[in-house]
Design a protein around this ligand. Structure first.
Ligand code: AFP
Length: 333
């Protein structure tokens, strides 16, 4: 069987007019950074990378050493190539400017360097999520305003899953494609062409410890799932919750299901739990490109007009019929 690497895949996408040299370079550089993060994640205690860094990020959450390392790897890898105008990271409050000695390019890169990092110390899968936007024309100095584009404007989105194998899942607006890292060769191999969210599902993912804080539509929906064969759905459902969004979303891409971090009374004052620009938007683009749906419960995620770089939103995504049902419950209520 012909082994297609990420590089070959991207060149073929470019020949077909779906990417250009700058976007190709951007994705290749992100993939290279992901390989470096994978090395650190897999070494764990041997490299002394577990545990707290002793600092808080912009969200006031304790940073893990690997949060800081992954962030540095992504920033440094992407500064010099000339393809970016600026970057934004979950771990950095302000826009990260490209240093003066490097040329600037036409794209903006946003990322959550290590999603699910509370799972690092217990050796459970974590991930990296990224989103690519165009740098608006006519703007001289990149600022926060340049980033405040709805998710529908993304030109590419992807994630890396550091699990038993390291996977890179990517969309440039032409379906969702998965690559597995061949550790010996050091290259990503095209292993999952045109991934689609299976339509039929019997699995849901939600942090059920928040049940008493949920809004009535989510209470209603989850209760119906739990009632299984004896309830209105007439079939049993199973529940999974990894608490690494990347791992939960990847499972849904592979075998279907619905993922919810809905609005609840605990996170209402923040607007939700997950971040719009570098968690919800890229995952929503991937899920839609794979034939699924993604809403806040009240609105398509990709239509949300961002107001702040580190804005949070409720997230409901996965198999279309399930997402539509729970969204309908919100709109009816
Ligand atoms: P951390 O990166 O702080 O571990 O947060 C992970 C996350 O943003 C997302 O990946 C999970 O789905 C969600 O939070 C888990 O939240 P709970 O800890 O409330 O279950």
């Amino acid at each position: 069987m012909r082994r297609v690497t990420l590089t070959q895949f991207l060149i073929e996408q470019q020949r077909a007019g779906r990417t250009n040299p700058d976007l190709r370079l951007l994705i290749e550089v992100v993939a290279r950074a992901i390989k470096a993060i994978a090395v650190n994640v897999s070494k764990g205690a041997l490299a002394g990378v577990l545990g707290e860094a002793g600092t808080d990020n912009v969200q006031g959450e304790a940073q893990k050493k690997l949060d800081v390392i992954a962030n540095e790897i992504l920033l440094q890898a992407n500064e010099w190539g000339g393809h970016l105008a600026a970057m934004a990271s979950e771990e950095v409050e302000e826009v990260h400017q490209i240093p003066f000695d490097y040329p600037k390019g036409g794209y903006l890169l946003l990322f959550d360097p290590l999603d699910g990092s509370s799972n690092i110390d217990v050796n459970i899968s974590v991930g990296t999520i990224f989103s690519v936007l165009r740098f608006p024309e006519g703007v001289k100095e990149p600022n926060e305003g340049c980033f405040l584009q709805p998710g529908s404007e993304q030109v590419a989105a992807g994630y890396a899953l550091y699990g038993p194998s390291t996977l890179l899942v990517l969309t440039v607006g032409n379906g969702v494609h998965g690559f597995t890292l061949d550790r010996e060769m050091g290259s990503f191999v095209y292993t999952h062409p045109f991934m689609t969210v299976p339509v039929d599902t019997q699995e849901f993912a939600i942090n059920a410890s928040n049940a008493r804080f949920w809004e009535p539509p989510v209470q209603r929906y989850v209760t119906e799932l739990q009632e299984g064969k004896t309830g209105p759905r007439g079939k049993d459902f199973n529940m999974r919750w990894v608490a690494s969004m990347v791992a939960d979303v990847h499972r849904i891409l592979t075998r279907g299901g619905i993922f919810m971090y809905p609005m609840d009374e605990k996170c209402r004052d923040k607007g939700g739990k997950l971040r719009l620009m570098y968690e919800a938007n890229p995952m929503a683009m991937i899920i839609e490109q794979a034939g699924g749906a993604a809403t806040t419960g009240r609105q398509r995620i990709l239509d949300v007009q961002p107001e702040k770089l580190h804005q949070r939103v409720p997230v409901i995504l996965g198999s279309t019929s399930e997402v539509e049902r729970v969204t309908r419950y919100h709109l009816e209520g």
